[in-house]
Design a protein around this ligand. Structure first.
Ligand SMILES: O=C(O)c1cccc(C(=O)CC[C@H]2O[C@@H](n3cnc4c(=O)[nH]cnc43)[C@H](O)[C@@H]2O)c1
Length: 220
């Protein structure tokens, strides 16, 4: 069975993020679905959605990992938008007394590592979104399994990823799913909180969700 391409698949972690995007979306051909929190569940659920669309003869044209994120102070403000130039699995590796070693520097066969710990955004999809969202900050977005919550971890991440602009928990998993389906990928985030010592009172989820609604116009 074959059919017309389904348009973009936009995946968020939670329903509130998906609803915020749908509220600003002019294009009904874009599918927006919540797929869960963290790279494993988000990656597995996205891979399943892509495979089901493919076997139904209506493959998606690209994948966007979207939602709220923590922003690196001095790089992006709370309430600001981020377009990820790459999704980086920032805590996939090994600790050592000399510091963190990324998994792709541990001497494992490259075929076991998929795209490695850093997967680049599709240049055309990224350029199209940036053209529609010129105020967005461009840079690598880290994917972490644990929300950074101390000054020491924040400093360590900054040292290891001096170009990074934000961290969230799903992008790398979704990027792997898109890569396995040979589809363009990009990450779109709005900033709900500064990365740093844990301070839940500083989180501005409502502002970040409103910014997602504004950003959704780019997904047409
Ligand atoms: O610490 C808490 O009490 C707490 C309560 C509710 C939710 C959380 C989250 O960490 C939500 C994680 C969720 O949001 C994205 N996100 C937003 N900011 C960050 C961040 O600074 N670092 C990592 N992830 C963040 C993430 O993509 C998840 O989907 C905590």
């Amino acid at each position: 069975m074959t059919g017309a391409p389904s348009g973009l698949l936009v995946v968020t972690a939670v329903p509130a993020e998906a609803e915020a995007i749908r509220a600003g979306l002019p294009d009904p051909a874009t599918t927006v679905l919540p797929v869960g929190v963290g790279p494993a569940v988000a990656g597995a659920a996205t891979a399943r959605l892509l495979a089901l669309a493919e076997v139904a003869g209506r493959p998606y044209r690209g994948v966007v990992s979207a939602g709220v994120a923590g922003g690196f102070t001095g790089r992006v403000e709370v309430g600001g938008m981020v377009l990820g130039t790459r999704a980086v699995a920032a805590d996939l590796g090994a600790e050592s007394p000399e510091g963190f070693i990324p998994v792709d520097e541990l001497g494992m066969p490259p075929e076991l590592l998929g795209g490695g710990t850093s997967i680049a955004a599709d240049p055309e999809l990224l350029a199209a979104l940036y053209a529609a969202l010129p105020d967005a900050t461009l840079g690598p977005v880290l994917t972490v399994n644990t929300v950074t919550g101390t000054a020491a971890s924040t400093d360590a991440l900054r040292r290891r990823h001096p170009e990074a602009v934000a961290e969230a928990m799903e992008g790398y998993g979704v990027a792997v799913a898109a890569m396995h389906a040979a589809l363009p990928f990009v990450e779109l985030r709005t900033v709900s909180n500064p990365i740093g010592p844990r301070d839940r009172d500083a989180w501005r989820i409502r502002e970040a969700l409103a910014a997602l609604t504004t950003a959704a116009k780019a997904l047409a």
